[in-house]
Design a protein around this ligand. Structure first.
Ligand SMILES: [Zn+2]
Length: 429
């Protein structure tokens, strides 16, 4: 499987110039390729294949101004943009898309008409070398100096994945004004040792982001979304303030606004990625092999959408939670199956209908158990999706264990009490 290492690239002033020159030449080649393809397409002729484009542009000055590993990758990227365009066009013609897709565009600023330097893609590790400390790149012939043929840049960050290196992309983050390198590595799949099957189920929601039921554990785990959404709402408010400030001065956007959007998204992602890591760690500790999650396509109607129905417009957040959990579990060698059935109205122990009362409580009148509704949903999902041995929720609902986000990590009440009493106890002593 493929994974991406993201690492920040540092540079001295003259090195920044090299990066800008390279990126500008990339944009020049991209624009030349797109011009050619657009002309042919608009004339009704077929858009040439990658190989054909390569031979066509071999003698072009924009191509020759770049090392071949970068030039070829730009052509490949440009051709891929056409593949996606054609795929979207087919959907549009079938009536599955509302708007007609736009032709792949140029890398240039709409207002000024100037080229915008976006990325420097490098095809193979033949022409770059990335270690934990440095990134070095082959330079085009005219930029080589007596000091060397390569541009050597300091890097900062951790290479999280090791494996066979593939392509690398250098990209300038326009909001942060920083350069980042994204390296794709092919990671060999960890050979899963033969373990006995053990199941768990996760129910996703808004107030409780994840309710987790693990086979053999009589306590469900609940991850509360409260602090996460509070933070999201805070940044949403800041965005609205900035927007009204811009409106008053007749502007539509600003770097500040983009920073606020970025901040909101990053903070949410931080919390959700930490949640996914915590879930994967818990499952691994309990030697779970399969995690069942629900298929999200049909759940929108019956879900509770959290404070101010924030999530009606942010349904992607569920996908994000699910994708992050899937990725974290895969890394831990746990299979994720999207086959869970969600039913919060059936008692996970005896299977009779429950009555919901007091917001999140559910009472089963048949067996007399009181559930947290989401814990019940997770336990029910675990019961119906393959926990054939049947133990687990039969132990009955204990008080579920709650985790909350303290802006740094997910903590259970006991953990946060311990960390709070820690310094106090020290003071007393
Ligand atoms: Zn019951």
């Amino acid at each position: 499987m493929k994974r991406t290492n993201v690492i920040r690239v540092l540079y001295a002033r003259e090195q920044a110039e090299y990066l800008e020159i390279l990126a500008d030449r990339c944009a020049a080649l991209w624009n030349a390729v797109q011009y050619r393809c657009r002309q042919l397409f608009l004339k009704g002729e077929p858009v040439p294949s990658y190989a054909k484009l390569c031979s066509e542009f071999k003698e072009c000055s924009a191509y020759k101004a770049l090392p071949s590993d970068i030039g070829q990758e730009i052509i490949k990227k440009a051709r891929k943009a056409w593949d996606s365009f054609f795929a979207l066009l087919r959907l549009y013609r079938k009536g599955e898309l509302e708007n007609r897709p736009r032709l792949p565009g140029y890398w240039k600023d709409r207002k000024t008409g100037k080229r915008t330097a976006k990325v420097i893609p490098v095809k193979s590790p033949k022409s770059y070398r990335l270690t934990a400390r440095t990134l070095s790149l082959t330079l085009p012939a005219d930029l080589r100096t007596k000091n060397g043929h390569r541009l050597v840049l300091q890097t900062r960050g951790v290479l999280r994945f090791s494996g066979t290196p593939k392509t690398l992309e250098l990209k300038c983050d326009q909001v942060k004004k920083r350069w980042y390198a994204r390296q794709v590595v092919e990671v060999s799949k960890s050979v899963r040792s033969l373990k006995p099957e053990k199941h768990a189920a996760a129910d996703l929601g808004a107030r409780i982001l994840v309710a987790l039921a693990v086979e053999g554990m009589d306590q469900q785990l609940l991850f509360s979304g409260r602090e996460v959404w509070k933070d999201f709402l805070y940044w949403t408010k800041r965005i609205a303030e900035e927007q009204s400030r811009l409106n008053r001065s007749g502007r539509r956007t600003s770097r500040r606004l983009r920073q606020l959007y970025r901040m909101r998204a990053l903070r949410l992602k931080h919390a959700l990625a930490a949640l996914a890591a915590r879930v994967a760690r818990t499952l691994k500790r309990h030697r779970v092999t399969v995690l069942h999650v629900e298929d999200l396509t049909h759940v929108r109607d019956e879900m509770d959408f959290g404070p101010k129905n924030l999530l009606v417009h942010n349904f992607w957040a569920f996908r994000m939670v699910r994708n992050l959990i899937t990725q974290a579990c895969e890394r831990a060698g746990i299979r994720v199956a999207a086959d869970g059935t969600r039913d919060s109205l059936t008692c996970a122990v005896c299977g009779s209908r429950v009555r919901r009362f007091a917001r999140h409580k559910a009472l089963c009148r048949h067996c007399g158990r009181t559930w947290h509704a989401d814990a019940n949903a997770a336990a029910y999902m675990l019961k119906v999706s393959g926990s054939s041995k049947g133990h687990g929720p039969e132990a009955g609902p204990g008080k579920p264990l709650r985790y909350r986000w303290n802006k740094h990590r997910w903590q259970s009440r006991a953990e946060s009490a311990a960390s709070r009493s820690g310094p106090k106890a020290a003071q007393a002593a």
